[in-house]
Design a protein around this ligand. Structure first.
Ligand SMILES: Cc1cc2nc3c(=O)[nH]c(=O)nc-3n(C[C@H](O)[C@H](O)[C@H](O)COP(=O)(O)OP(=O)(O)OC[C@H]3O[C@@H](n4cnc5c(N)ncnc54)[C@H](O)[C@@H]3O)c2cc1C
Length: 392
C-alpha cells in the first residue's frame, strides 16, 4: 500500500492545475457578470474553444475508451482531474465524453448517438425523475405502449439536467405494468433514446443555482423499436448505472471547490484586522479552518477509494454512496464557514462565495439525497452485503 499519487498522476494533476489557473480562473468575472445578466454562464463557442485547448494539452475523452478516440485514463485519474477542475466555478467540462450507459447501444445506436456525443455534435440528457417519483424511482408513471414497430411514450419527467439543450434524451418508461409491479420496479421498465424532433417538449425550471434543469413532456411521442437502449424491460439497471457514476463525482467536485474556498478564507483571515489583530490569530477562526481542512482530507480519501474500487473491477456502490454523502455535506460545511469568515463580504455578490453556497446545496439532493445514501449504506451493513472496513 502506497498512499501517494504516482508520478504520472502528479503530472496530470499539475497540468490540469495550470490549465485551470491559466484558462478558467481568469473567466470567473465574466461568468459572474453573464449570470447576473441572465445570460448563459459560458457561451457555447467559448466552451468549445476551451475544450479544444484542453485537447491540445492531451485532455480529451478522459474516461472514453481509446477505440473511440479517448484517453481512457481510468476512474482514479478522473477523480484527480475533477478535483482540480472544480477549483473554479466556471462551468467547464472536458470534451470527448459521453454518458456511461450509451456504450450499451448496438452498432447503429453507437454511430447515431454515442459517437456524435463524444465528438460534441450532439447533446444528451438522462431522464428518470418524475413529478411523483424522485428518490422512489419505482414509482415512475411514464408509459411506453407498443404500436406496430413503434413505442408510444406518454408522461412527464422533471429536473432533467441538460434537458433544455439536449438533442436526445435517454428516458425510462414502463413497458410492462405487471412485471414492473411484481418486481418492485426492477423490471418492466425500458430505456428509450428519444430525439427531440420525435416530439418531446422541455421547459426551463428556475432553481437556486445557476443552471436550470428542465421539465420534459411526452405526449404520444412515437419512438421506433430500434431506439431501445439495452434490453427491453431491463432499463432500471441502466438508470442505476447512470446515477451510480454520478455519485462519487459529486464528492470529487465538492473536494475541489472546498479546497479553493478554504484557501480564500485563509488568505482573507490573514489580512482582515479586527480589534488590532488579523482574525487568523483568533481561535474561533482557526478552528473553522482546521475543521474544514480535516473534512476535506477525509472526503478526498473517500472519493479516491470509490474511484480506486471501480478501477479494480469491484462493486463500488457502497463507497460511492459514502463519498457522495460525506463529500456533499463537507462541501456545504466548508462553504458556510468560509462565508462566515468573510463576514458581510462573504454575503455579497462581489465574491463568488454566495454562488458556490447556492450550488453546494444541490450536492446534498441530486443523484440520491443524503437520506437515500444513508439508507443504502445502512442497508448494506445490516443485511451483511458489506462488512465494516471492507474497502481497504
Ligand atoms: C438541479 C437538479 C438536477 C437534476 N438532474 C436530474 C437528471 O439529470 N435526471 C434525473 O432523472 N433526475 C435529476 N434530478 C432529480 C434528483 O435526482 C431528485 O430530485 C432527487 O433524487 C430527489 O427526489 P425528489 O426531489 O423527488 O425528492 P423526494 O424523493 O420526494 O424526497 C423528499 C425528501 O424526503 C426524503 N426521503 C425520501 N424517501 C425517503 C426515505 N425512504 N427515508 C427517508 N427520507 C426519505 C428525501 O431525502 C428528501 O429529503 C435533478 C434534481 C435537481 C434538483
Amino acid at each position: 500500500m502506497y498512499l501517494r499519487l504516482t508520478d504520472e498522476q502528479k503530472m496530470v494533476q499539475k497540468t490540469i492545475r495550470r490549465f485551470v489557473e491559466k484558462e478558467l480562473i481568469p473567466l470567473e468575472n465574466d461568468v459572474l457578470r453573464n449570470e447576473r445578466e441572465g445570460k448563459p454562464s459560458l457561451p457555447a463557442s467559448k466552451l468549445k474553444e476551451l475544450q479544444f485547448k484542453a485537447k491540445e494539452a492531451g485532455f480529451w475523452g478522459i474516461n472514453t475508451p481509446e477505440e473511440y478516440g479517448g484517453a481512457d485514463l481510468g476512474q482514479m485519474m478522473m477523480a484527480i482531474v475533477l478535483m482540480e477542475v472544480s477549483k473554479t466555478f466556471v462551468p467547464f467540462h472536458f470534451g470527448g465524453g459521453a454518458d456511461n450507459i450509451l456504450y450499451y447501444g448496438n452498432e447503429e445506436q453507437k454511430k447515431k448517438y454515442l459517437i456524435p456525443t463524444i465528438n460534441g455534435e450532439k447533446k444528451s440528457c438522462f431522464a428518470m425523475t418524475e413529478p411523483g417519483a424522485g428518490s422512489d424511482t419505482r414509482n415512475i408513471k411514464m408509459t411506453a405502449v407498443k404500436d406496430g414497430s413503434e413505442w408510444v411514450l406518454n408522461g412527464e419527467k422533471t429536473f432533467i439536467t441538460g434537458g433544455n439543450e439536449a438533442d436526445f434524451v435517454m428516458a425510462i418508461a414502463i413497458t410492462d405494468k405487471e412485471r414492473h409491479q411484481s418486481t418492485q420496479g426492477r423490471e418492466g421498465v425500458t430505456c428509450f433514446i428519444v430525439d427531440r424532433d420525435m416530439g418531446w417538449k422541455s421547459e426551463y425550471i428556475h432553481t437556486m443555482g445557476e443552471w436550470g434543469p428542465a421539465g420534459l413532456v411526452f405526449d404520444n411521442v412515437r419512438v421506433p423499436e430500434e431506439n431501445i437502449l439495452g434490453e427491453l424491460h431491463k432499463g432500471y439497471n441502466l438508470g442505476l448505472e447512470w446515477i451510480g457514476f454520478a455519485r462519487w463525482v459529486v464528492g470529487a467536485r465538492a473536494v475541489g471547490a472546498a479546497e479553493r474556498l478554504l484557501q480564500m478564507a485563509i488568505d482573507y483571515a490573514k489580512e482582515r484586522v479586527t480589534f488590532g489583530k488579523p482574525i487568523a490569530e483568533r481561535q474561533a477562526i482557526q478552528w473553522q479552518i482546521a475543521d474544514s481542512a480535516v473534512e476535506i482530507e477525509a472526503a478526498r480519501w473517500l472519493v479516491l477509494n470509490a474511484a480506486f474500487t471501480l478501477d479494480h473491477g469491484e462493486d463500488n456502490r457502497h463507497v460511492a454512496s459514502m463519498a457522495k454523502l460525506y463529500g456533499a455535506n463537507m462541501g456545504n460545511n466548508v462553504v458556510d464557514r468560509v462565508l462566515q469568515i468573510h463576514g458581510g463580504m462573504g454575503y455579497t455578490r462581489e465574491l463568488p462565495i454566495e454562488r458556490w453556497y447556492r450550488e453546494a446545496r444541490l450536492w446534498r439532493i441530486y443523484d440520491g439525497t443524503d437520506e437515500i445514501q444513508r439508507m443504502i449504506i445502512a442497508r448494506n451493513l445490516i443485511k451483511g452485503h458489506v462488512k465494516i472496513g471492507q474497502f481497504v
